[in-house]
Design a binder for this molecule. Structure first.
Ligand code: ATP
Ligand code: MG
Ligand code: MG
Length: 348
């Protein structure tokens, strides 16, 4: 069978590898850190840095297609890998989602609503940005942020110097604070034939910047639900996308506002493992392997809860319930570290 190369060996890579194995495919993981969660379930693991071009070359030559579990892959590595095997999702999706300024500019270009934003290369630009966008606002690094890291909240203009100091000089953007009622996300997929399949939107609750729970169905009207799916489809088509994407949305009385996109399987899509016949991980592997997309319709109501850090102490409580338990095999518990998740199923 074919071999799927996956850049990144965390929990998303692990669950992709499990799905690939179920489809009779082999997985080769490329991951800089030793003993990654995906290593337990992959056919082959290369432990090397993204600067190690010999290791990257050997990896690229050993696989039929390359995908990834995180979007911050160095450009030089991508330049090399794309000469060796097709990369799905493609470079445009990566370039767009790696940089919040490019991302928001792209989304607005599609006619979608985003938070008001401004480029902040330096302190002077921050003063100008606050003057135009106002406060409250959020300063975010353009690149590399995740789980709310690399963000600084600005309540009033007086917070500006501290906020910029927090940014460690990285180029940033300022976003106007969106007064949303709640947050939802759409997990969408697009196949190599251009067909699109979206999962039912989930409602997300964050705690300390980290996803805590996702609930389906989300609290949305029928027209909001349709809107959410159409937004995701428009983004997928515009990027000529292949694979699964997460689209995070803010729900406001003025409509749905796109927060960010993730060119990969997404934590808020883990409910699909127990709520759908074809989960997001199988859907992604199908797409990147050139197979037809599967049916993503939902057969149950689900609450997904992340097990973060010391939540693992309560594992016994979860094991007693009828929750489906998914653990990532991480040896060390750390505060804020995603250790696993549970899916609780409620049949209508
Ligand atoms: P992820 O782990 O989802 O990749 P991230 O670090 O990329 O997170 P965002 O998704 O941009 O960060 O922001 C994290 C959370 O902060 C959002 O889910 C939302 O709750 C809040 N937030 C972000 N931007 C805004 C905004 N402009 N207005 C109000 N709240 C915001
Ligand atoms: Mg993000
Ligand atoms: Mg986010």
């Amino acid at each position: 069978g074919a071999t799927i190369g996956i850049l990144g060996g965390g929990q998303l890579g692990r669950m992709l590898a499990v799905a690939a194995a179920r489809l009779g495919l082999k997985v080769h993981i490329f991951e800089p850190s030793a003993n990654p969660p995906a290593g337990d379930v992959a056919h082959r693991v290369t432990t090397a840095s993204y600067e190690d071009h010999a290791a990257l070359t050997a990896f690229g030559q050993s696989v039929d297609v390359i995908t990834y579990e995180f979007e911050n892959i160095p450009t030089s590595a991508l330049d090399l890998l794309e000469t060796l095997a097709p990369i799905h999702p493609g470079r445009q999706a990566l370039a767009t989602s790696q940089d919040r300024l490019i991302e928001k500019t792209f989304l607005q270009g599609l006619g979608l609503q985003t938070a008001p934003f401004a480029d902040v290369p330096d302190m002077a630009a921050l003063d100008v940005a606050i003057a135009s966008i106002g406060a409250p606002a959020i300063l975010k690094t353009r690149r590399m942020g995740y789980d709310g890291k690399g963000q600084s909240r600005i309540k009033t203009a007086q917070d500006a110097p501290r906020a910029l100091a927090d940014m460690a000089e990285a180029p940033a953007i300022l976003e106007g604070f969106v007064n949303f009622t709640h947050e939802v996300s759409v997990i969408g997929a697009r196949g190599q034939d251009g067909s699109v399949a979206c999962y039912d939107p989930g409602e997300n609750v964050h705690q300390d910047g980290i996803l805590r729970t996702t609930k389906v169905p989300a609290n949305l009207t029928a027209s909001q639900r349709t809107d959410a799916v159409l937004i995701a489809a428009r983004i997928l088509n515009a990027l000529d996308y292949v694979g699964v994407m997460g689209v995070e949305l803010f729900v406001t009385p003025q409509g749905l506002i796109v927060n960010e996109i993730a060119p990969r399987v997404h934590n808020s899509g883990h409910w699909t493992q127990n709520g759908c016949t074809i989960c997001q991980f199988e859907q992604h592997i199908r797409a990147v392997a050139g197979w037809p997309l599967g049916d993503g319709s939902r057969h149950a109501d689900v609450i997904m809860e992340n097990l973060i850090g010391n939540d693992m102490d309560r594992l016994g409580d979860y094991a007693k319930t009828d929750a489906a338990i998914h653990l990532y095999g991480k040896a060390e518990v750390k505060p804020g570290r995603k250790m696993g998740h549970v899916n609780r199923i409620f049949r209508a």
